[in-house]
Design a protein. Structure first.
Length: 319
């Protein structure tokens, strides 16, 4: 599954995007890239391989700017390669995408008849080119037209060179999380990429479009109806996800040199926090909307060992 992160604010975006992608590596991927508006144009660097290879390709003067998007790709349409990696660009816009556009060939043929030249084999570039085709100065209007035209699933992060401090997110059947900060705002496909910077988050619903600036986030429905647009603000804490109805159970996964522990818990939230802190698990990496459990992760040769110690400590405390 692809990973998405986006940032707009007062700090340099590059480091924040890279950090977000590193926190999404556990999802599995074959390439990575970022796009940042550098004051003149949208600058893109992307590489097949790990995030480390992307970092190695980024020079000190590359991708300097305060608004950008990042992506880790798991290939679906088009083989793993630099050119098929995200973000994808078309003139004034750049975007990242998680999901599958089912009618991309139909749209691609339509755009080719209009003279559009494609540079990749992906369904995502079709969305980028269609967005540029519809763009007439109002990026939100162009996004709405694109969403009415495409079929399939998507989590989208979009930037436009003519709206340099604005980041747009759109969701249908692919999760997106909005992160609220002081002088900055973020979006991601997983809260993992956000919790280092903010615990104030909201989960986008199907059919929603969000416009992020450093001043705030405005959420709309797909009709852009001002009567239903809303801004949500939610303080994420561990205790919000505690339920007495589920006993603790554990599942283990190993991927990309990271050990993941899935833990379902009962009502002793402070005990869980103590168990995790005691064993160096400082973050709850993902909390699912539809089930009371979280994923905690850690790197290192003894990751499984100290996570097992956390489980043992938990069981000792809660019986």
């Amino acid at each position: 599954m692809c990973g998405i992160v986006g940032y707009t604010g007062g700090q340099q975006a590059k480091g924040i995007l890279i950090d977000g992608l590193q926190h999404l590596e556990y999802r599995g991927y074959d390439s990575a890239g970022i796009a940042v508006f550098n004051g003149k144009e949208i600058e893109v660097v992307r590489r097949q391989g790990k995030v480390a290879e992307l970092v190695a390709a980024l020079g000190a003067d590359d991708c300097l700017g305060t608004c950008g998007i990042g992506h880790t790709r798991w290939a679906t349409h088009g083989a793993p390669s630099d050119v098929n990696s995200h973000p994808h660009c078309a003139a004034r816009v750049s975007l990242v995408h998680n999901g599958i556009i089912e009618n991309y060939m139909e749209i691609k043929e339509f755009l080719q008849e209009k003279g559009v030249v494609f540079h990749s084999d992906t369904d995502t570039e079709v969305v980028a080119q269609l967005l540029d085709y519809y763009y007439r100065g109002d990026i939100l209007d162009a996004v709405q037209k694109v969403l009415h035209r495409i079929e399939g699933s998507y989590g989208l992060g979009i930037i436009c060179s003519e709206h340099p401090e604005q980041l747009i997110a759109a969701r249908k059947d692919s999760p997106l999380v909005l992160g609220y900060g002081d002088g900055f705002n973020m979006m991601a496909s997983d809260v993992t990429a956000l919790i280092k910077y903010t615990r104030d988050v909201s989960y986008m619903e199907n059919g929603e479009i969000a416009v992020l600036t450093r001043q705030g986030i405005q959420v709309y429905n797909i009709l852009l109806d001002p009567g239903v647009c809303k801004q949500r603000y939610y303080k994420m804490t561990l205790s919000d996800y505690i339920t007495p109805d589920y006993p603790p159970t554990y599942h283990w996964y190993g991927k990309n040199d990271m050990t993941l522990m899935t833990m379902c818990w009962s009502a002793q939230g402070p005990v869980l926090e103590k168990a995790l802190a005691r064993n160096h698990v400082t973050h709850i990496y993902h909390v699912y909307d539809d089930a009371p459990h979280a994923v905690a992760a850690g790197k290192g040769t003894d990751a499984e060992g100290w996570l097992n110690e956390a489980v043992a400590f938990w069981e000792e405390q809660v019986g």
